[in-house]
Design a binder for this molecule. Structure first.
Ligand SMILES: *Cc1c(COP(=O)(O)O)cnc(C)c1O
Length: 457
């Protein structure tokens, strides 16, 4: 008999978590204005709000933390991190920042001006925020198929080359760079193929435009290329990563994702001019150029995390757990963005809560119901997160309306995954009794989902 699949690690340290009663959760969620970001973590049993900074570090990472160099300038920790990034990405210049959005802030401060257009594939919310707050436009060129959640495609995060070409030709003068997000978080943690990265790069070069990768989950993207794209089955993850980054001129990185640290980020590039300009902004916003808001010990952990998480077994363990949750949901016919993404399952909320009007935010309503059911905290990646159109100030209902269940790396067991699946099934079974959603009582102008106040209708 073939041995079953199992994790490529064992557990050395645990952290207790606590269940709660439905009555407690009703009270806590009301106090939190039906916004799960405002819950206290201890009010949550299984936390799927994000996979960002919530992973479990390895014994090697913890060991590296003990020998962090906290020197203000020129710390060995910086050079360890820089070497790891050089080797994995091929980018020469490295500027640390305290997290991914800080990398965006620093780099976009140099590159994005009012009236610019930044084409890409489903810009992440902070990326969109950093573009729109500079009165520039984030133009989504993701393939149309990504919208159809039931369609199984191996690379549903891809850029539509025709859409990109249209933007490049119409707004050529006003485009500072093309951005490709790997994996495509907003479209459901869906990967971008090597062929697509190659084509985007080729087209961008025809128009003389640099390409930037928003690289938070580049290693998971490389895993999917190895598993799904012809010609890559025998390559190592590190070889695939090196090739991927040859199709970019630079990257912004949230190290809280695929480098499996609790906090950290960086900019890396081969464009000396980008680095020289970013350095100046980095010093103002983040700190000196060899720490940029990070502790020495965290840079050490980042270096080890990058190395570990560009090994096949680690990624396989992680992504198979996400696929296990997908298989459980299939048993119950619960609709989600297919196929399963790299870091999360994205439940297609309007297909579940068919009675809840879009103006009453089905995905947020489902997020509320799942928390009340079992103390599981998911996250709305939908109409609330989409913010209002900066010009018309109307809600944007064009995209998908997902409840995202993000799986932290190396944190929960498949027993927890079973609890999640059954809790969702219980909500799913009573879906037709859920007819009303939520209404906004107060919202911020940008990235409103973090602080929005809601009421239940
Ligand atoms: C998380 C994330 C960011 C922002 O990174 P932070 O570390 O949260 O600031 C940017 N892009 C993508 C695709 C992300 O997933």
């Amino acid at each position: 008999m073939e041995l079953p699949f199992a994790e490529s690690w064992k557990i050395k340290m645990i952290e207790p978590i606590r269940k709660s009663t439905r009555n407690e959760r009703e009270k806590w969620l009301k106090e939190a204005d039906y916004n799960v970001f405002k819950l206290k973590a201890e009010q949550v049993y299984i936390d799927l709000l994000t996979d960002s900074g919530t992973g479990a570090m390895s014994d090697r990472q913890w060991a590296a933390m003990m020998i962090g160099d906290e020197s203000y300038a020129g710390a060995t920790s910086f050079f360890k991190m820089k070497d790891a990034i050089n080797q994995i990405t091929g980018f020469e210049y490295v500027l640390p920042t305290h997290q991914g959005r800080a990398a965006e802030n620093v780099l976009f401060s140099c590159l994005v001006n009012e009236g610019d257009y930044v084409p890409g594939n489903s810009h992440f919310d902070t990326t969109k925020g950093h573009i729109e707050s500079r009165k520039a436009f984030a133009i989504d060129c993701t393939i149309d198929e990504a919208r159809n959640t039931q369609l199984e495609l191996p690379f549903k995060g891809n850029v539509d080359i025709a859409k990109l070409e249209k933007v490049l030709s119409e707004h050529n003068e006003k485009i500072p760079f093309v951005i490709v997000t790997i994996t495509n978080n907003t479209a459901g943690g869906q990967p971008v193929s090597m062929q697509n990265l190659r084509e985007v790069h080729k087209l961008a070069k025809q128009y003389n435009k640099p390409v930037l990768f928003d690289s938070a989950r580049f290693a998971e993207n490389a895993y999917f290329i190895k598993i799904r794209e012809k010609g890559y089955e025998n390559k190592t993850i590190k070889e695939i990563c090196r090739e991927m980054f040859t199709y970019a001129d630079g990257m912004t990185m949230s190290a809280k994702k695929d480098a499996i640290v609790n906090m950290g980020g960086f900019i890396a590039t081969n464009i000396e001019d980008w680095y020289e300009r970013a350095k100046v902004k980095g010093i103002v916003f983040e700190g000196y150029i060899t720490y940029g808001g990070m502790n020495g010990r965290d840079m050490n952990a980042l270096a080890v995390g990058l190395d570990e998480n560009t090994e096949f077994e680690n990624l396989e363990t992680r992504i198979k757990q996400v696929e296990y949750l997908a298989a459980r949901l299939d048993e119950f016919d619960i609709p989600y963005q297919r196929p399963a993404g790299g870091h999360a399952i994205f439940i297609d909320a309007p297909k579940v809560l068919t009675q809840v009007a879009k103006e009453e935010f089905p995905a947020q309503t489902l997020t509320v119901e799942l928390y009340l059911e079992a103390g599981i905290r998911g996250c709305e990646i939908g109409y609330i997160l989409a913010d209002r159109d900066p010009v018309t100030r109307e809600n944007r209902f064009e995209g998908n309306d997902f409840l995202r269940l993000a799986i932290p790396r190396r944190t929960y067991t498949n027993n927890h995954i079973d609890v999640i699946a059954v809790a969702l099934k219980n909500v799913f079974d009573r879906r037709n009794s859920i007819t009303r959603g939520v209404a906004i009582e107060w919202e911020a102008e940008l990235m409103r989902h973090f602080t929005v106040k809601l009421k239940r209708l």
